[in-house]
Design a protein around this ligand. Structure first.
Ligand code: F6R
Length: 237
């Protein structure tokens, strides 16, 4: 594990974007695993700038997002498809057909989960997976549980996650209770993992995930076993 300590959120975002840019420069056909939430917004901003300045070209890049709320239409302003279009896809020269998220409106959830796993396999797995971390240690929406769940699955969001994400909705009641998330296997099989975390409220869980026992009760703790994990954080852990 490599930990890069930075001054603040801005420097974390710049460095994360630089590592993603390096990945795209080394392999223009990279498959990027992407996350939503507050953590990567600055990173996406920097990637947009690097694309505008001609430093990176997204035209051959494929993206696979970690998760999507169950029941939200892609046009809903809190859906993760909407988030990705807004913060990244609509602002760079990516081919939209190469951007993928689970379908939150899928009628047959099991079939949708299988489709997503097959898709990840068909593109040859993920070259670089960008991750944030939840207050309870979740990665993607792999919530604390008795076991690590390998494949894409539908998950009931924990109270902690519903509370944390209610800040984006008009009221807590509007937060979807379920989501479809990539499983631990695809994340662990990503050739590189890049974890970003900032804000004092993430300090304890980040410490626990990186240096505590490896347990499905802290899903991010499994990253300790990843061969190429880079953590960028302003937190003094
Ligand atoms: C979102 C995701 C989540 C977030 C986590 C942290 O696609 O996968 O695991 O990374 O909930 O969210 P923020 O960055 O908003 O604190």
């Amino acid at each position: 594990m490599r930990i890069i300590n930075v001054k603040d959120y801005e420097e974390m975002s710049r460095k994360a974007a630089d590592l993603i840019a390096a990945q795209i420069i080394l392999n223009p056909k990279s498959v990027l695993g992407l996350a939503t939430g507050s953590s990567p917004i600055g990173t996406y901003e920097c990637l947009v700038e690097l694309n505008r300045n001609g430093v990176i070209d997204f035209s051959h890049v494929t993206t696979i997002n970690l998760d999507e709320y169950y029941g939200l239409d892609p046009t809903h302003d809190q859906s993760y498809r909407y988030f990705m279009n807004k913060h990244l896809f609509s602002r760079v020269n990516i081919n939209m057909a190469n951007t993928h998220l689970p379908d939150g409106k899928a009628k047959d959830i099991d079939a949708e989960c299988r489709r997503y796993d097959d898709l990840i396999e068909s593109v040859g797995g993920i070259d670089l997976q960008l991750l944030g971390i939840g207050h309870n240690g979740h990665i993607g929406f792999n919530e604390p549980s008795d076991e690590f769940i390998p494949g894409t699955h539908c998950v009931s969001l924990s109270e902690s996650t519903i509370n944390a994400n209610s800040r984006f909705f008009k009221s807590r009641d509007e937060v979807p209770r379920k989501a479809i998330t990539m499983g631990i296997k695809a994340i662990m099989q990503a050739r590189k993992v890049l974890l970003i975390a900032s804000g004092e409220d993430k300090k304890e869980i980040l410490k626990k995930a990186l240096f505590g026992p490896i347990t499905p009760q802290v899903p991010a703790s499994i990253l300790q076993l990843h061969k190429d994990l880079t953590v960028i954080t302003p937190l003094d852990i």
